[in-house]
Design a protein around this ligand. Structure first.
Ligand SMILES: *Cc1c(COP(=O)(O)O)cnc(C)c1O
Length: 228
């Protein structure tokens, strides 16, 4: 079942890319709440990159599956007191949204390892309850990340508001694309715009997403009450 879900999801992404005349995005498999065995199953079908929302939950899976050399992304809000652990566990942190986090991640990244890949999370719809920096804060935060040799600035991430009106979602994706292009013009090595989830990935791809994050379509529904 996992292998079939994976091939169907990859096919959907490919179709969306072809329809939009864009390169196919990378697929990030969101494995939050799903056990290490399910991750191993999807890895056996060929998936390498996995996203987790909680440092604590990820720690066990990363440890259990270390022999598989998977690529682990943190996509949930990172509390400052968890930054040290996150810097050691993950290959990517997609939710950097404030200067304090930049310093803490850089300080705790093992110099013997490759730099920690960083995406700046943008609160593109300016939702009071959401995490992410303001669009106008991206340049200053990006400069801080780029100045840290233990960090590699790779791009931007957003979780736009789940508007029913797809025109509003498209508008948020477009504003992200503009921020992303501005960032790429100022910094080398920018190659990742992480936006779009299961239900709006086609729109995100059309507007320039290079990575989409998909959980349910790959692993099935999460137990209720456990999704953030
Ligand atoms: C849970 C989650 C996803 C995946 O959501 P699904 O609806 O299961 O595909 C993607 N991005 C983020 C940030 C998430 O927290």
């Amino acid at each position: 079942m996992l292998a079939e879900n994976l091939s169907q999801t990859l096919q959907r992404l490919e179709n969306a890319a072809v329809a939009a005349g864009r390169p196919a995005p990378r697929l990030l498999a969101v494995s939050k709440t799903h056990p290490a065995g399910a991750v191993a199953g999807l890895a056996a079908a060929g998936q390498r990159a996995f996203g987790e929302n909680y440092v604590q939950e990820a720690a066990g899976k990363v440890r259990d599956l270390v022999a598989l050399s998977l690529e682990w992304h943190l996509i949930g809000h990172l509390q400052s007191n968890k930054a040290a652990q996150a810097a050691q566990l993950f290959d990517w942190v997609q939710t950097v949204d404030r200067p304090k986090l930049v310093e803490a991640l850089a300080r705790h990244r093992d110099p013997a390892r490759a730099p920690l890949n960083v995406l700046i999370q943008v609160n593109i719809d300016d939702e009071g309850s959401k995490h992410g920096c303001r669009p106008e804060d991206v340049p200053a935060l990006a400069a801080l990340v780029a100045a840290q040799p233990r960090l590699a600035l790779r791009g931007l991430m957003a979780i736009p508001a789940p508007h029913e009106d797809m025109a509003l979602r498209r508008d948020a994706f477009r504003r992200m694309r503009a921020l992303y292009e501005d960032l790429a013009a100022r910094h080398a090595g920018i190659d990742t715009l992480s936006m779009g989830m299961s239900e709006d990935h086609a729109l995100a791809v059309a507007e320039g997403a290079t990575m989409v994050r998909v959980g349910t379509a790959l692993f099935g529904p999460r137990a209720s009450g456990m999704s953030p």
